[in-house]
Each structure stands twice: as C-alpha cells, then as structure tokens.
Design a protein around this ligand. Structure first.
Ligand SMILES: Cc1cc2nc3c(=O)[nH]c(=O)nc-3n(C[C@H](O)[C@H](O)[C@H](O)COP(=O)(O)OP(=O)(O)OC[C@H]3O[C@@H](n4cnc5c(N)ncnc54)[C@H](O)[C@@H]3O)c2cc1C
Length: 533
C-alpha cells in the first residue's frame, strides 16, 4: 500500500469523511474555528436523484447539487480542503495521543487528530422492478420531501413494510386519491383495525400480488399487478430499509445498531452521545449515518454540532498539553534562568523575614542555603558571621548573587554551588543550619527535598523550611496549584521523630506588599526542627 502524506498538512486537525450536508456543515464549523480540515467525499449524496431540496429554510427547492456546490465554496472560503475520494478505512495511529490514519480506495493515507464521519445511509429499496429506475422522481418515500409536489395527484402506496398503513394515512394529508396495494409476498397485509382507519380516510386497499412499477424515464404510469391490471398513478410510494453507511468505522470498532418501530425493522444507525460523539474517543458522526430520519437541514445541524464538539475536544487536549508543558518548564532551570535574565532583580534583596526571625539567636557556624536565588539570605547570614554554602540551579541567579557578595566584600564567606536540589546529596558534609526559603515543587516533591536536607544537618543543628501556605492562593498573589504549596504538617513525614525534635510547625501571618502598598495578609508555613544529638 502506498503511503503518501500531504506535505502542506502532514496532519489535519480533522478529516471529514463524506461531504454532504452533515459533513460540509461540520467542516464549516471547524473551518471557522480555524482548524485544518480535509473533507473527503465520494460525491454520491443520498438525495441526488431528487429535483430539489425541500424543507430547507432559506434555500427551499434548490437542486441538491447546487446546494452542495454553494456549501463547498463556503467551506473552502475558510481554508477547508475538499477532495473527491472514497475512504476505505480508518485506524488509530500508532503515535501517542488520539489520532487516526485515513485510507482512501486508491491507497492514499492522511492523518487526522479527529474524525467526523458523515457518510449518510444506503436506501435498501424493495426488490421490485422499476423502483430503482424511478427512485426520487416517480417513486417516493418521504412526504415532507415530495408531498407538496404531488398534492392532489393519484398515488399508489405499495406496502413494503408493516408500517404501510401508517404511510398511506400520512400521504393522504397531501391528496385524497391514495390507493394502498397489499402484496403478501412484500409485507404483511393490513389488519382489520388498519383497514377500518384507511377506509375512514378514503384510502382504497387493493390486495393483489405486484409485478412492477411502470413508466417512462421521469414519469411513472402506475403499478402493474400480477393479474395484468395497471393501477394508474402519478407517483408511487414505497418504503426501503435505511442502512447506515458505516464501513469506514468498522476497523475503529464503531458499529451501527438496528432500529425498530412498532416491531418493524427500519434499518440501522450509529449510536451517539452528545453532539455526535461515538463510543470511540476522537470519532464523531453526523447526519443520516447516525440519524436515519434526519432531513437535510437536520443533518446540517448535526454536522454543525459535531464540528463544535470536535473543536471543544481539541481545545481540551491542547489545554492539557499546554498545562503539562508549562508545569514541566516551571520547575526547571531554563525557566528560572529566563526569569532572572528578564529582570534586573526578581526578589526584594532583603533577607526573608522568617529566616531573620529564626536564625537571629543562633550561634553562627556553617549554613546551607538551598534555593539561594539572588543570594539575599546567604548575604545576610554571611554578614552575621556564618560560613555559607549557597545552592541554586540557576546560573544567572548565582552569578548575580556572587557579584553582589563581591561588591559587599563577603565573597570569602560564601561558596556558590550550582545544583538541582532534587538530585543533590550532601555526601559527608554537614551544616549547623540548613535553610530553604520559599522553594516549592509539584507532586509533593518538597517532602523528598526536606528528607535530603535533613540528612545535611549536623547533630544539634537546625533545619528551617519556609514556604507559602496553600490558603495564599485565595489572595490572588500566588499562582499555580494547591499541591505546589505546603503546610508545615505536609513536611513532617520527612522527619524521623527519633532523630528530630520539631520546635516550630506553624503558619505565620505576614502583610505582603505590592508596589509599596500592603496587598494582602499571607501565611508563611514555618517548620523548624533540631537534630537530636
Ligand atoms: C430521493 C430522496 C429525496 C430527498 N429529498 C429531500 C428533501 O427534499 N429535503 C430534505 O430535507 N431531505 C431530503 N432527503 C433526505 C436527504 O437526502 C438527507 O437528509 C441528506 O442527504 C442527509 O445528509 P448527509 O450529509 O447525512 O448524507 P448524504 O447527503 O448522503 O452525504 C453523504 C456523503 O458521503 C459520501 N460518502 C459516503 N461514503 C463515503 C466514503 N467511504 N468516502 C467518502 N465519501 C463517502 C457520499 O458520497 C455523500 O456525498 C431525500 C432523500 C432521498 C433519498
């Protein structure tokens, strides 16, 4: 099998299979939603034999081919591609995520993230000579499509299903010259109740074997009976079975269901959920393939809805992907380097208040500052006599911090170390104070970090971890998710009580300023613990 990819559009957002009213209407919604759309159409709409499309508000009576030509031009105006092709099959692609490979009869393949199948239905016509020849002109099935055009004319309804009496009574609305011919070889004859109802409405019932529908091209003459009589008619009415044209869906595991009414099998259609979604994610259906009684305007409406449903589904997928990407970036070095590069100073340059409060009375020794950023805490500690190791993964921040240390004459008191704390191990080194101020990680990652930091504290030393409390999200000053922030209690599982005495585990209120004004009262989660000796 040949595999060719369209070079301009290696992957379409949506491939629409079937370019009738439903498919083109879906394509219109999707084209206007700025989606890359390809319509593949075999060019055989169900109503092709009819002279006009009736019941289509605004375009009443327009020839079917004219309506589709207008529709094609409209969708192409929004960048949708419409190609003549018969699709043979579709299968899930073998890449991650939802998507499909669509194969045409000629072996051409295209890829699409979503599928809209609007292939219509097949009218399985009664096996009666002349029916196919006159189908859509002299042989009719739908009074809403053709009733007006044959009003007051002579009609013969050939009973081809158990609903023939109902059908004859319906057509009687348009003309009082209706005959129902009942051939037991074609359908069960009407019962007594139906005969009484038909008689009351003036419908003549003829019980006789039928041989053929007779006439010239474009004009029926009547129904020839097996006994040689001709039941003259200006139009003949039959009922076929309406079978969903769903072969394309078979390899995807979407199968049509049979539809019955009053115990009579009407045909089949593909079951759908809201807006035409099928049971297979990424696959939508619209029009007659999913709704056998849908007329053109209804098929178009279903297509429009399916188009909107598909677009919404793609928006969901794209949003989830954007969140995953943004989240992955946010906790990585390039994102932080970019952030520090974009601003002369990201932080205030002052020591963090909880560090100042907790470390003020400690005897200076060796301190490890994790997530040191632009170095304000490290500088403050150094200025108070601590020998500091300052750790961060942003080279931009560390360079800025080192410059400031040099400018303040504190470079000999601080070692700047580039490391990602998530994989960092203290080795043999130990510090009297290990501090982490406002370092946050997703997926509960801070518990693991605190465990690592705890391993770096000397016996008798202090571990101080401070972060934003989750309730701060309500202030509008914090962004992100609840699980990126932490309470003091969230971190406790990292500390073995036999080795650690928790001295402070509390939330401290603090006024946070923006542009020189108090913006809100926020809560700092403070955990201070001493390593037992
Ligand atoms: C004789 C007749 C007269 C009618 N008159 C009226 C009327 O006056 N008013 C009215 O509202 N309704 C009328 N209808 C009903 C009307 O035909 C349907 O409502 C309408 O066609 C449904 O639109 P659709 O898009 O679902 O299917 P269709 O119009 O049948 O379009 C399906 C398209 O999919 C294409 N296709 C199928 N399989 C494939 C494939 N594997 N690969 C690529 N393309 C494929 C087909 O070639 C076709 O172009 C009439 C029906 C008949 C039979």
């Amino acid at each position: 099998m040949e595999t060719t990819r369209d070079l301009d559009y290696p992957t379409y957002d949506v491939v629409v299979v079937g370019g009738g009213a439903a498919g083109l209407s879906g394509a219109l919604a999707l084209g206007r939603a700025r989606r890359r759309v390809l319509v593949l159409d075999a060019g055989e709409p169900r109503n092709a034999p009819a002279h006009g499309v009736h019941g289509y508000l605004g375009r009443e009576g327009i020839p079917p081919s004219d309506l589709l030509a207008i529709a094609r031009a409209e969708v192409e105006g929004y960048g949708v591609r419409v190609q003549t092709a018969r699709v043979r099959t579709a299968r899930p692609w073998d890449r991650p995520g939802t998507g499909f490979v669509v194969t045409s009869d000629d072996g051409h393949e295209v890829e699409a993230r979503r599928l809209l199948v609007a292939t219509g239905l097949v009218d399985d016509l009664p096996d009666l000579f002349g029916v196919r020849e006159h189908w859509g002109s002299g042989v009719l099935h739908c009074p809403y499509c053709h009733g007006w055009e044959v009003r007051d004319r002579v009609l013969v309804v050939v009973a081809t299903s158990g609903l023939a009496a109902h059908q004859a009574l319906l057509w009687r609305q348009w003309t009082d010259r209706v005959t129902l011919v009942a051939d037991p070889a074609l359908a069960p004859p009407p019962g007594d109740t139906d005969r009484e109802r038909l008689e009351a409405r003036g419908v003549i019932v003829v019980d006789a074997p039928v041989e053929a529908v007779e006439g010239e091209p474009g004009a029926v003459r009547g129904v020839r009976l097996a006994d040689g009589r001709l039941l003259e008619a200006e139009a003949v009415v039959v009922a076929g079975r309406m079978r969903a044209r769903a072969d394309v869906l078979a390899d995807l595991g979407v199968t049509p269901e049979e539809v019955e009414r009053a115990g009579v099998l009407l045909g089949s259609q593909v079951p759908t959920g809201p807006m035409g979604a099928t049971s297979v994610p990424g696959v939508w259906v619209a029009g007659n393939v999913a709704d056998m009684v849908a007329q053109v305007v209804v098929a178009a409406g279903a297509g429009l809805q399916a188009g909107a449903g598909i677009n919404a589904d793609l928006v969901e997928e794209e949003t989830a992907a954007a969140v995953a990407t943004a989240r992955a970036k946010r906790f990585e070095q390039p994102w932080w380097d970019e952030r520090y590069t974009a601003h002369d100073a990201v932080w205030s340059g002052h020591v963090n208040p909880q560090l100042a409060a907790e470390a003020a009375d400690l005897t200076p020794g060796r301190a490890l500052d994790v997530g040191a950023g632009e170095g304000a805490d490290a500088l403050w500690l150094a200025s108070r006599g601590w020998q500091v190791t300052a750790l961060d993964f942003s080279t931009v921040a560390l360079r800025r911090a080192a410059d400031r240390a040099a400018a303040e004459g504190l470079e000999h008191r601080i070692e700047w170390r580039r490391a990602d704390v998530r994989g960092w191990e203290p080795g043999e080194q130990r510090w009297d104070l290990v501090t982490s101020q406002f370092l946050h990680l997703p997926d509960g990652g801070m518990v693991d970090v605190v465990r690592r930091l705890a391993g770096a504290v000397s016996p008798g030393g202090t571990l101080l971890v401070v972060g934003h409390h989750p309730d701060d999200l309500g202030t509008g000053l914090r962004h992100g998710r609840r699980e990126w922030l932490f309470t003091p209690e969230d971190l406790l599982p990292a500390l073995d009580p036999e080795q650690w005495k928790v001295e402070v585990a509390e939330v401290r209120a603090r006024a946070e300023t923006r542009h020189g004004h108090d913006a809100a009262t926020v809560g700092d989660s403070v955990l201070r613990a001493r390593r037992r000796t």
